[in-house]
Design a protein around this ligand. Structure first.
Ligand SMILES: Cc1cc2nc3c(=O)[nH]c(=O)nc-3n(C[C@H](O)[C@H](O)[C@H](O)COP(=O)(O)OP(=O)(O)OC[C@H]3O[C@@H](n4cnc5c(N)ncnc54)[C@H](O)[C@@H]3O)c2cc1C
Length: 485
């Protein structure tokens, strides 16, 4: 059985920006925040425009109001204002949701922008890191480095917010040997729908803790996390092995890759993914298959353990050093962050003709297939099965399917979205079932609440619905794809 995770991160400036809400509800919420002394970004100000500007420019929404709390009591008061006036409330941490869910995923929400809650403190004895939910991954990594050369596995983009990333997974170049970001969460302080401050951990409110680790945005506003940390790896090999392959080469090469990552020949320390895109941008015909990753260990060991894959792939031809990078570089942990910016699809690359050209000359596409599972991966052992609401522990691959136009063009939704989705359809037809999706790669095209939820949290969705009724019966924390009630 296979699972495919997909996203459409289509960028366009073509969408019309809505002009702010000036209805009385907006005025009432703003008044309520003002009376409660909650700092705000007021509509019409540059700060409001900045806070409501999405990463995915195709999905622009206008919040009713934006609170910018600097204390937990501000968060409590802001949640109370939303609840009192019947306005849906969403946390925004780093604003990197592909579905623009940090700003509500639709117009008219109260956004709680957590950017001021960004402190990172490492206890020198326990090495537990206390991290504000509005911190960014890059800032957190630097603070962990400065305060004792510690680390936590997490994603590659330094501007992604800790809040959204950890509450829904968080894979990166340490996941195959150390797990997901959420596997390191020991405790979380949240503000609930009734404005209470609650601690969730394995011993305190364990059901809520289970739900927060996978589907957090549906249940509360997380304000502070406590993470277990690990020593930084001493040495990392960042590697790049690029090919431009014709369709026959690609079909065999894909099989070679998946056989390697699904075998015990790949050691735990080999974090590897493949980035696919059109060869056109390097002036070549065919599809680029850029195998890249981070090996935790020495260069000699990397060479030894990559050899079974590399030799077989090289024999197919098409090696293309278009990157002008050295194919492997030894770096320290911090440099690896700087420079690296279930189950398998265990059958031949399906009907891959569509990969040879995009849907449209103006659209460029980039697919990233990360092999985070496999027989030597810690993914299925680092946390007990079903100990969190994250549902995809047994998956070999995590796919990210995206296309984009440049920021001065209008994204042709009618051409681009069906083009990406047809790949998902082909795989699902072959599998004979719907595939799982990763909420951190939110895809608004898979439907709302229940339809989306059964894809994001397969096997766990019904339990999540039950817990939603316990913790947020009135639906204070909602976006179009939150867990239904
Ligand atoms: C450039 C880029 C690179 C990425 N790289 C990776 C990667 O390497 N690995 C990976 O796994 N993912 C990656 N992602 C996906 C990323 O993990 C998700 O988009 C993540 O949800 C972003 O979190 P955020 O806080 O920045 O976003 P936001 O838009 O602020 O939030 C995302 C969701 O989380 C909710 N949320 C945020 N903070 C809180 C909180 N404190 N309490 C409750 N709910 C909250 C929001 O309401 C929203 O639903 C990447 C995304 C981008 C755009």
């Amino acid at each position: 059985m296979s699972q495919l995770f997909s996203t459409l991160f289509v960028l366009s400036l073509g969408a019309q920006r809505c002009l702010g809400h000036s209805d009385s509800r907006s005025e009432k919420v703003i008044q309520c925040l003002t009376t409660s002394n909650v700092p705000q970004a007021l509509p019409g100000t540059p700060e409001f425009a900045k806070s409501s500007s999405p990463h995915n420019l195709r999905l622009q929404f206008t919040p009713l109001a934006i609170a910018v709390p600097s204390t937990v009591s501000h968060v409590q008061a802001a949640v109370a204002c939303g609840r009192e006036h019947g306005v849906k409330v969403n946390a925004k941490s780093g604003g990197h949701s592909y579905g623009s869910h940090g700003i509500g995923g639709e117009n008219g929400h109260l956004v709680i922008d957590l950017k001021l809650l960004n402190e990172v403190v490492v206890d020198p004895c326990t090495h537990i890191a206390t991290v504000g939910s509005g911190a960014k991954l890059g800032n957190m990594a630097i603070a962990l480095d400065v305060q004792g050369k510690r680390s936590i596995p997490h994603g590659l983009c330094p501007k992604v917010g800790v809040g959204g990333h950890v509450l829904h997974g968080g894979w990166g170049y340490s996941t195959h040997n150390h797990g997901l970001f959420l596997d390191y969460l020991e405790e979380v302080q949240v503000v609930t729908a009734n404005s209470s401050v609650v601690t969730a951990s394995k011993t305190q409110n364990p059901d809520l803790f289970w739900a927060l680790r996978g589907a957090g945005m549906s249940f509360a506003i997380a304000t502070r996390f406590k993470f277990r940390t690990i020593p930084q790896p001493a040495e990392i090999q960042l590697f790049y092995i690029p090919f431009v392959w014709t369709l026959p080469q690609a079909k065999t090469g894909w099989r070679v890759f998946q056989d390697y990552v699904a075998s015990k020949a790949r050691p735990k320390e080999m974090n590897i993914r493949v980035v696919l895109s059109s060869g056109a941008w390097v002036g070549a015909e065919g599809t680029i298959f850029l195998f890249e990753g981070a090996y935790h260990g020495s260069k000699a060991d990397y060479e030894l353990f990559i050899q079974p894959f590399k030799d077989t792939a090289m024999a197919l031809g098409g090696f293309a050093d278009f990157l002008n990078y050295p194919d492997v570089t030894s770096v320290g942990y911090m440099d690896s962050l700087l420079y690296a910016n279930n189950n398998a699809l265990l059958y031949p690359l399906p009907d891959a003709e569509q990969l040879e050209s995009g849907p449209d000359d103006q659209i460029s596409w980039l697919w990233i297939v990360s092999a985070i599972g496999g027989p030597n991966s810690v993914m299925s052992t680092i946390s007990a099965p079903n100990s969190t609401s994250y549902s995809h522990r047994s998956s070999l691959f995590l796919w990210e399917l995206g296309d984009q136009v440049n920021a001065t063009s209008t994204y042709p939704s009618k051409a681009g979205i069906p083009w990406v989705n047809q790949f998902v359809d082909i795989v699902e037809r072959k599998e004979g079932k719907k595939l799982g999706m990763y909420y951190n790669y939110a895809d608004p095209t898979i439907g709302d609440h229940g339809a989306a939820g059964r894809r994001y949290w397969p096997g766990n969705y019904e339990r999540l619905v039950g817990l939603k009724k316990v913790w947020d019966e009135g639906g204070v924390f909602e976006n179009p794809q939150t867990v239904g009630r």
